[in-house]
Design a protein around this ligand. Structure first.
Ligand SMILES: [Zn+2]
Length: 188
């Protein structure tokens, strides 16, 4: 039977374990976890500041090595949101952290250097399909909010088109809403 993965909070607590093996395993697991470990490592949660800073620095290095060069071409497969350069504030400096702008995930990625197209087409199968540099997302199955650069209506009813407009309009992410406004203004 596979063991349930431990939460970042549980792992953060293990950093103060009196035995070095659980401390070592917790540290390595948090580093590999990347972005989601960050929230569990804030010193305000009762962790000694030095332990938290040390692991935050290692997490920052780990995500930088993995993603710094191409983070703009990556999407989070869970949120379909672009990766972002977050800043983690330490008392004396801030560190970069590359991960999903929405959920901080940095472990799993979907490469997409080109556009993300929200496609309304009953013939599309599955949730998304890479097509060259672009990613075609089946907007009839994977409903917004998610990141998309344009919409393609191939085969959909007026009601389905209207539903996509409403779902995109209700997006809680201010940055995505602003980007869509910009795209609409640039439409010929
Ligand atoms: Zn995400």
């Amino acid at each position: 039977m596979r063991r349930k993965p431990q939460s970042p909070q549980t792992l953060a607590r293990l950093l103060t374990n009196p035995y070095w093996i659980p401390r070592f395993i917790a540290r390595q697991t948090l580093i590999a976890m990347g972005g989601p470990a960050v929230r569990a490592l804030t010193p305000a949660r009762g962790l000694p500041e030095r332990s938290a800073w040390d692991v935050l620095e290692a997490v920052s290095k780990h995500t930088s090595l993995q993603h710094a060069e191409r983070y703009r071409t990556l999407l989070c497969p869970d949120c379909l949101t672009r990766f972002h350069e977050h800043k983690v504030a330490l008392p004396d400096r801030s560190l970069p952290l590359y991960g999903c702008r929405n959920c901080f995930n940095s472990e799993t990625v979907l490469g997409c250097p080109g556009e993300v197209v929200a496609v309304l087409d009953h013939k599309l199968i599955g949730y998304w399909r890479p097509a060259g540099d672009t990613l075609r997302v089946n907007a009839l199955r994977r409903h917004p909010p998610f990141h998309f650069d344009r919409v393609e209506i191939v085969d959909a009813t007026d009601k389905e088109v209207a539903r996509l407009v409403v779902q995109a309009g209700n997006d809680p992410d201010a940055r995505r809403r602003a980007r869509r406004r910009q795209l609409a203004e640039n439409e010929p």
